[in-house]
Design a protein around this ligand. Structure first.
Ligand code: ADP
Ligand code: MG
Length: 734
């Protein structure tokens, strides 16, 4: 027999290497605060003012404030100034930076050069700024481009500032863009998001006017995205083909210590991680991303970063940038950043808490109760509208967060469940219950005093009722939608949420208007309509533990959907009632909805196909060989004992072990066969939605079931034979 270097030895050697990291002498605190460098790599207002002729600057600023399209007449001047600025910052290339339907962001770099009779010159024209043409043919379009036009173009979205990403040999000017087909269909995630912001602006302004506000000219949605992630040493990552290819561990036994002690959450941050965070934040600052909060999360090696909130479209861009920068900087620190929703089974997964609110053009937060009873009443209209939106379009919201990765999280016992409910906290619940009970028959002021509502502003602002298990929680002056996956773009969820709220605001405003037109006083009319919708939406209000079995049963009684797998959850996207709302508000055309539906189905299937193939390869090339080696070793040991004449009692335990090993090896081999069969069967199904459902029904469970004997093997096989880094190493050594 040839001499084999046990793969486990490689694993053990790297532990020695990792242990050496971070032992260099610490040079003290000589870093800058970072505040001075905030936004230095963005083409921000100050730069525009400095570099543009006054009239052009004013025009551009108005465009940005209004969220309008760029005036072609100033495009050349703006482009030139932007190029000069970018070159002064060391950039040599530009790219339209956009969000295709899959993947995170896309870019294709072009140099600032042109050839003319004098040779090569640096130039950047207005039409390159306003409109660029990526080779779009390989971006997923869910059939859109085949139906319509083969190509699309990208166009600058001036509401999001251009920025420079520093590269090792020069920077790249990134121009935040939308991506549209020549016939006008949105091929990206940003365009619908912008459309949804238009929709909510129109609807919310109507309510503001109703309450006598004549100043506000626009309403925007604001978001602040808390981003969770894991960090592990890069060497471990490289030794795990499953992490490398699928982003999650497809196998891996539970460590003896997981997160039971809760000693990681908000604990002190390890120096190696802190150094990474500080570098990442410095990069983000330069890009104008106001990273504010950092802390350890519940699981070992899990962390969170959150920015100061901004307008939704800018916030979505910033979240993309945050993910990109975190990944890049982690690499520099010899770390691997895991954005997958469930990198480690049995350990908390990662999500995004999408803090969401609405603000008017004067900066007033519409989900912040005001100082007067009228403002409180207005606040209640927006609050109940949001409740109604989530009640009516809960399944649609659920669909926006559906993905293969997030399926491991939603419905597990530590994540927001697949059942969409809303948590309001005790104070607000009482107020709504009182309105429901019909205590709103007196004039507003009196009525509010009656309920103790004159104290509402201060009480609510300090309302820190928390329910960490709710997928949609009111947290003082904003809602927090927590079901979004950690690797996902927040765009679609915010698009749908804003559209649904716009719709609900209109429903409520229409009814109020009707009563007012019929002669009712505004406050009475509002309370009457609110009462109706408080009753109507009661089913989704839940203050208890969302992770409990009891809630699942209770939710079923209430008729709330609980769709656990993506193959089924996505159907809500094409549900006629949901689609009608999205079309009514001009968010999507029917073809655009269908394109998203099929893109998401395809993505889901593809991910599961890749996971299945990676899993089978892992078992065949790593797990089974290690198991068989050990099996042989034990068998030989028994044989030796037998040969020298030992009784069976002397090798009884090894015999048992051999049986165990053999049983698991056979189980795994059989499992591979079933999995191959299921994959083949599912892949044969012609209709995409049915194929996705077949994956949900068969492949997902098989991946889970076959992993069990594998994880048991990991605990039986000698350490020096086990070829993969273990949970106890990846999650505790850094
Ligand atoms: P918590 O979840 O404990 O309230 P923070 O107060 O840090 O934590 O808020 C979390 C996120 O919510 C941050 O990104 C913050 O900027 C954002 N946020 C705060 N107010 C709003 C708002 N009005 N609209 C959108 N996001 C907001
Ligand atoms: Mg929060």
């Amino acid at each position: 027999m040839s001499k084999i270097v046990p793969s486990g030895t490689v694993r053990q050697n790297i532990l020695v290497e990792i242990t050496k990291i971070g032992t260099e002498p610490w040079t003290g605190n000589n870093r800058e605060s970072g505040v001075g460098s905030f936004g230095v790599n963005t083409f921000n207002d100050q730069v525009m003012r400095e570099r543009l002729p006054k009239d052009v600057y004013v025009k551009l600023r108005d465009t940005i404030r209004k969220g309008a399209k760029l005036d072609q007449s100033i495009a050349n001047t703006v482009a030139h100034a932007m190029k000069e600025w970018a070159i002064s910052k060391g950039a040599s290339h530009f790219t339209h930076w956009f969000q295709p339907q899959t993947g995170l962001t896309a870019e294709k770099h072009d140099a600032f050069i042109e050839l003319d009779e004098n040779g090569m010159i640096e130039r950047f024209r207005g039409n390159q700024l306003v409109q660029g043409e990526p080779d779009a043919s390989s971006f997923p379009s869910g059939g859109l481009r085949t139906t319509f036009e083969a190509r699309g173009y990208t166009a600058w979205d001036p509401s999001s500032p251009a920025f420079i990403v520093e590269g090792p040999k020069g920077g790249i000017l990134c121009i935040p863009s939308v991506f549209i087909s020549y016939t006008g269909e949105a091929l990206d995630k940003k365009t619908p998001l912008l459309r949804s912001m238009e929709a909510i602006s129109t609807s919310a302004l109507r309510v503001l006017r109703m309450f006598g506000n004549t100043r506000a000219t626009r309403v925007v949605t604001t978001i602040g995205t808390e981003q969770e992630y894991f960090l592990i040493d890069r060497t471990f990552f490289n030794l795990r083909p499953d992490l490398l290819i699928t982003g999650r561990t497809l196998i891996g036994a539970h460590p003896p210590k997981g997160q039971q002690m809760e000693d990681h959450y908000f604990g002190s941050i390890k120096e190696r991680v802190l150094a990474f965070m500080q570098d990442a934040e410095a990069e983000l600052y330069k890009l104008g991303v106001p990273a504010k909060t950092r802390h350890n999360e519940v699981a070992p090696h899990q962390f969170e970063i959150a920015p100061i909130f901004s307008e939704a479209n800018v916030g979505a861009d910033r979240n993309h940038l945050t993910m990109e920068i975190l990944k890049k900087v982690a690499n520099r620190h010899g770390l691997a950043l895991l954005l997958h929703e469930k990198p480690f089974a049995g350990i908390n997964g990662s999500g995004k808490h999408n803090n969401w609110s609405m603000a008017d053009s004067e900066g007033n937060n519409l989900l912040d109760p005001g100082d007067t009873p009228e403002e409180n009443l207005q606040f209640l209209v927006f609050l109940v509208s949001t409740l109604h939106a989530v009640h009516k379009y809960g399944s649609l919201l659920r669909a926006t967060v559906a993905s293969a990765g997030n399926d491991h999280r939603l419905g597990a016992n530590e994540a927001p469940p697949a059942i969409i409910s809303v948590f309001l906290g005790e104070r607000l619940s009482t107020i709504l219950d009182d309105i429901k009970a019909g205590k709103g028959t007196k004039p507003t002021k009196e009525y509010l005093i009656d309920l103790g509502l004159d104290k509402l502003p201060s009480i609510l602002r300090h309302n820190t009722d928390r329910n960490r298990t709710s997928p949609f929680a009111f947290t003082g002056e904003k809602f927090e939608f927590r079901a979004i996956g950690s690797s996902a773009s927040v765009s679609l969820s915010n698009t749908v949420l804003s559209a649904a709220v716009a719709d609900s605001i209109d429903v409520i405003a229409d009814e109020v208007q009707k009563l007012v037109d019929g002669g009712q006083a505004l406050d009475k009319a509002v309370l009457k309509v609110l009462q109706k919708y408080i009753i109507k939406t009661e089913a989704i209000r839940f203050e208890g533990n969302n992770y409990s079995k009891e809630w699942e049963e209770e939710a079923e009684k209430r008729g709330l959907p609980n769709i656990k797998r993506t193959g089924y959850a996505l159907d809500a996207l094409v549900n006629p009632e949901n689609a009608a709302m999205l079309k009514k508000y001009g968010i999507f055309k029917q073809v655009e909805i269908e394109s998203r539906y099929s893109t998401k189905l395809e993505q889901y299937i593809t991910i599961l196909e890749i996971e299945t193939r990676t899993f089978i390869e892992l078992l065949n090339t790593k797990v089974l060989p290690a198991a068989v080696r050990y099996q042989t070793e034990i068998a030989e040991a028994i044989k030796v004992l037998k040969d020298v004449g030992m009784q069976k009692s002397s090798y009884e335990s090894r015999w048992k072990l051999l049986e165990q090993l053999t049983e698991k090896i056979e189980k795994i081999s059989g499992g591979i066969k079933s999995l191959r069969g299921a994959l083949k069967k599912a892949e044969k199904i012609k209709k995409l939605p049915d194929r996705a459902k077949a994956f949900s029904d068969t492949v997902v469970d098989l991946l889970q079931d076959i992993r069990e004997p594998v994880d048991e093997l990991e605990l039986l096989i000698p350490d020096d034979l086990w070829p993969l880094p273990k949970y106890s190493e990846m999650l505790f050594i850094m």
